[in-house]
Design a binder for this molecule. Structure first.
Ligand SMILES: [Zn+2]
Length: 68
């Protein structure tokens, strides 16, 4: 019985996170997200992009990092 509850909770969390990413711009109007966000390869720090991309050296998805 506990397993079923856990699965339901996980499903709900996935559903919520999916619906949140559908409209990311609604909540961040006016925020300078474009200039503050950088994508970087976890294996090659020198490989960066300003938008979601894959590493040109190893093909891994670039991780989002916050510029400081
Ligand atoms: Zn890489």
């Amino acid at each position: 019985m506990k397993k079923i509850v856990s699965v339901l909770i996980i499903s709900a969390m996935v559903f919520v996170s999916c619906t949140n990413t559908d409209k990311p711009e609604r909540k961040t109007i006016g925020a300078a997200t474009d200039t503050a966000t950088l994508y970087q390869c976890p294996m090659h720090p020198e490989v960066t992009s300003t938008k979601p991309d894959t590493c040109s050296k190893c093909g891994m998805d670039l991780d989002k990092v916050e510029k400081k």
